[in-house]
Design a binder for this molecule. Structure first.
Ligand code: NAP
Length: 466
């Protein structure tokens, strides 16, 4: 029985179905676990199918690579905290993209020394290696910025975009020359170096906080590179899986750009996060109202409807478990507590959903922005926890604002707004937030976890006294 024509297509078909269902199910917190499991089963089938292929001549090297991958992969998965997921993802992309680019390189030299490569194969190979190498260095740079081993601020200089596009154009021209006549072997290393260099230069002018959007885009490039590799290796599953990866990464980056009301070009070439910070520094002092944990607990205790709006600060302080305790105490007292989730709250897509799911906050209490905004006027309290830009009314009212047009959670409509943060410092966009100066806003200064712990203690004390 020829496994390549009988069992393999079935395994690959099942694997592709697993990947498609995984993406579908991972779209909702309620089905996300199922999505992860079916995706893992799909990947297992893909690996088993590939190991059964007749082209495999020796299992020794594969076993060694498997062991090394396991030794490196398990600690990364276990030791990385949730807040480090964006950089972990960047690192995974770097590894995947390098693998794809190295396979392309091996295929090029194999073709050069053997039967040669057809024009179609050579085109796919050039796309694979160009995207693979540039995604490798770009993802490593993204990792460095997110891990703060590299400066987070955008580094810009005059004529930067022209230099970058020039290098990309040169790599593309050499690639086309190689497609036309692959035997010009001296050109290939130059092509590789230019691709690697472009990846570095692409990321330098982008601010650290824009990295999650860039990572979604790099995810798309790595997927396209893998898809092109499928054409080179004549592997249908790679074509399908790469295309899924490429398109889902692209769609995700579009969703993120829309949720920030920014264009791709603004993210890639706008050097966001540079000018606005200095503008915020020039703010004059305006009056604000602050409150203690005791006062905050009393207001929450007296409310009927509380909308919690979490943001990046909740992730930094890991306040989700204490928040869950507060939710339970208030729910017991008959207060209706819901969580308003902005699509780009935090620093990666789904950041708030993941953290709240980790703390077992019921899924039906999580409300999407468009769903909850019409009801914000009926909320007694909007409790903002380490969120800033995603509740900034300037996005709606001030056309000159850096975030003008970005959809926000309309916290300002609530009867009382309470904001937990450590200072008057701005958030990611680096701009002041007029919400903090409204008459119905109370600033609750402190670390999110610490402040919520104090509120929990106050609520427990009130509960015991009653
Ligand atoms: P944000 O605007 O960055 O504000 C976060 C706030 O949290 C800060 O003002 C900070 O104030 C506070 N904070 C930090 N550590 C804290 C702690 N330990 N305890 C309490 N507060 C703390 O966050 P956001 O409202 O979630 O908005 C996200 C921003 O990131 C948006 O501008 C979005 O466009 C951008 N972005 C998001 C993604 C994504 O995928 N989610 C991707 C790229 C960019 P203090 O320093 O005063 O405490």
């Amino acid at each position: 029985m020829n496994l390549n024509t009988t069992l393999l297509p079935i395994l690959y078909m099942l694997a592709a179905m697993g990947f498609i269902l995984a993406i579908k199910w991972m779209g909702s917190p309620a089905t996300a676990r199922r999505g992860v499991i079916v995706g893992e089963i799909g990947m297992l089938l893909a690996v088993v199918g590939t190991l059964l292929r007749f082209e495999v001549v020796s299992y020794g090297w594969i076993a060694l690579a498997f062991a090394l991958g396991t030794i490196v992969g398990i600690p990364i998965a276990v030791m990385m905290p949730m807040t480090a997921v964006p950089q972990r993802t960047a690192f995974s992309h770097a590894c995947g993209a390098l693998a794809s680019a190295l396979i392309g390189t091996a295929e090029y030299y194999k073709g050069l020394n053997g039967a040669g490569l057809t024009r179609v194969e050579m085109t796919a190979l050039i796309i694979e290696t160009l995207l693979g190498f540039l995604t490798f260095t770009a993802s490593l740079m993204a990792f460095g910025k997110l891990q703060e081993v590299l400066p987070q601020r955008p580094i810009t200089y005059k004529g930067q975009n022209i230099v970058n596009l020039g290098i990309f154009a040169l790599a593309a021209i050499i690639g086309i020359a190689l497609i036309a006549s692959p035997e010009q072997a001296a050109l290939f290393p130059i092509f590789v170096i230019l691709s690697l260099l472009f990846g570095v230069l692409l990321i330098i002018p982008i601010g650290g906080a824009d990295m999650p959007t860039v990572i979604a885009l790099l995810n798309s490039y790595a997927g396209l590179s893998a898809s092109a590799m499928g054409f080179v290796l004549n592997n249908q599953l790679l074509i399908v899986a790469g295309a899924l990866d490429g398109s889902s990464g692209f769609i995700l980056s579009i969703i993120m750009c829309r949720a920030m009301n920014r264009s791709f070009t603004n993210v890639l070439f706008g050097a966001f996060g540079q000018l606005q910070v200095s503008a915020a520094g020039a703010q004059e002092a305006k009056p604000i109202h602050s409150a203690s944990p005791e006062e905050a607990a009393q207001i929450l205790d007296a409310a009927r409807t509380v909308v919690v709006i979490p943001g990046y600060g909740m992730a930094v302080s890991q306040a989700q478990h204490k928040l869950r305790e507060m939710f339970d105490l208030l729910a017991k007292r008959g207060v209706n507590v819901e969580f308003a989730i902005h699509p780009v709250a935090g620093r990666m897509p789904g950041h708030m959903n993941v953290l709240l799911a980790e703390a077992d906050v019921p899924y039906d209490k999580l409300r999407e922005m468009d769903d909850i905004n019409p009801e914000m006027g009926m909320a007694d309290v909007a409790l903002i926890i380490g969120a800033n830009d995603v509740v900034n009314p300037d996005a709606e009212n001030n056309p000159k604002s850096a975030i003008a047009g970005m959809p926000i959670i309309q916290a300002y409509k609530a009867r009382t707004v309470m904001v937990i943060k450590r200072s008057m410092n701005p958030g990611f966009a680096g701009i002041d937030n007029p919400l903090y100066y409204l008459d119905n806003t109370l600033m609750l200064f402190g670390d999110a976890k610490g402040f919520i712990s104090s509120i929990v203690k106050e609520l427990q004390a009130v509960g015991k006294a009653a």
